[in-house]
Design a protein around this ligand. Structure first.
Ligand code: FES
Length: 105
């Protein structure tokens, strides 16, 4: 019998592009991006942690995160953010994702 393939895997890959290099992290599915950033010393800053300041803005090349909440969508709209921008403090990883961090903000 074939195994069901629609199950969400328990480990997912997060590719992070910054300073001209790509680092790949094997992380637990469902984890908040904030926890991954803090654990691995990635250069994303957080302040409000509630979709209210925009300092944690990232570009998603592949967005495998849980869908944005109304609050995040509203804030990104107000920031005139690009279609693939997300707020890292609001992102929970569900599937393999690739994000870009700008380190010169
Ligand atoms: S830390 Fe303020 S929007 Fe994410």
């Amino acid at each position: 019998l074939e195994e069901k393939t629609d199950k969400i895997p328990s480990r997912v890959k997060l590719n992070v592009i910054y300073d001209g290099k790509t680092a790949t992290y094997d992380v637990r599915q469902g984890l908040g991006l904030q926890a991954i950033v803090l654990k691995n010393g990635l250069p994303i800053e957080f302040d409000c942690r509630k979709a209210d300041c925009g300092i944690c803005s990232i570009i998603c090349q592949t967005d495998g995160f849980a869908p944005a909440t109304e609050t995040e969508i509203e804030f990104l709209k107000a920031m005139a953010a690009g279609a693939n921008e997300r707020l890292a403090c609001q992102c929970r990883i569900l599937h393999d994702s690739t994000i870009e961090i700008s380190t010169d903000w």
